[in-house]
Design a protein. Structure first.
Length: 86
C-alpha cells in the first residue's frame, strides 16, 4: 500500500489505469443517461476537451514513461541488488 500511495501522491500516472479511466469517462460522456446528468451540477458539454485525441495525447507519453521507468529503473535496481559483481 505505501508504494502505491507514494506513486499517486507524487503525481505519477500509470498507463493501464489511464486506459480504464479514459474509456469509462468517454463512455459516460457519450452514453450517460439523462437521469445521470440531471443529478449532477454539470453536463456532458462541460467536458469538451475530453475526446479520443486527448486520451491518446495523454497515453502515448505516459506509456513511454512507464516502459522506460519499469524496464530501466526497476531493472537497474534488480541488477544492483542481485546481479552486480561484488
Amino acid at each position: 500500500m505505501p508504494p502505491i500511495t507514494a506513486f499517486v501522491a507524487a503525481g505519477f500516472e500509470h498507463s493501464v489505469a489511464n486506459f480504464y479511466y479514459f474509456a469509462v469517462a468517454l463512455i459516460i460522456k457519450g452514453l450517460g443517461a439523462h437521469s445521470f446528468w440531471s443529478a449532477l451540477p454539470t453536463s456532458p458539454d462541460s467536458y469538451g476537451g475530453l475526446d479520443l485525441a486527448s486520451a491518446v495525447f495523454n497515453l502515448v507519453p505516459v506509456t513511454a514513461g512507464n516502459i522506460l521507468g519499469g524496464a530501466g529503473l526497476v531493472g537497474a535496481v534488480y541488477w544492483f541488488v542481485y546481479l552486480r559483481r561484488r
